[in-house]
Design a protein around this ligand. Structure first.
Ligand code: ADP
Ligand code: MG
Length: 140
């Protein structure tokens, strides 16, 4: 295992319900460090570009509308095996399938409004970090 960086978003359903700190505590309790963080209002173009991989899925329009409905918190998380560890702490996409103690089990409202995004592989982590952060904004 190696020290990795991964990309995370605290989604609108969580920022709206004032759960930012509770979500960050889950990452920190799992040994992940927040090495970059900013609260932003995503534009439609930014959300469409970020989720371009899902553009042909039936939920794409709904997903983009949701992601721009309220501010989000974009973050870079660092730690041992950070990409897989973050996915583990997040839980399954559908909160109905998420394991006890995971963010999505505790906080998500539905398969769409599921509180967090996390990169799924080293390549996507690198791309997604670059999409939102300059190098000088990441302070490890
Ligand atoms: P994950 O976020 O767990 O990596 P995906 O990459 O498959 O999941 O999907 C991206 C996001 O699209 C999900 O987190 C969720 O917000 C939304 N989504 C996925 N599947 C559905 C669905 N069936 N209906 C509505 N929204 C969905
Ligand atoms: Mg995904």
């Amino acid at each position: 295992m190696a020290i990795e960086r991964t990309f995370s978003i605290i989604k609108p359903d969580a920022t709206k319900r004032n759960l930012t700190g509770k979500v960050v505590a889950k990452f920190e309790d799992a040994g992940l460090r927040v090495v970059a963080s900013k609260r932003i209002q995503m534009s439609q173009a930014q959300a469409e570009g970020f989720y371009a991989v899902h553009k042909d899925r039936p939920f794409f329009g709904e997903l983009v509308e949701f992601m721009i409905s309220e501010p989000v918190v974009v973050q870079v998380l660092e730690g041992e095996d950070a990409i897989a560890k973050n996915r583990e702490v997040m839980g399954a996409t559908n909160p109905a399938d998420a394991a006890e103690g995971t963010i999505r089990k505790e906080f998500a409202l539905s398969i769409g409004e599921n509180s967090v995004h996390g990169s799924d592989a080293p390549e996507t982590a690198a791309e997604e970090i670059k999409y939102f952060f300059n190098d000088d904004e990441i302070v490890g």
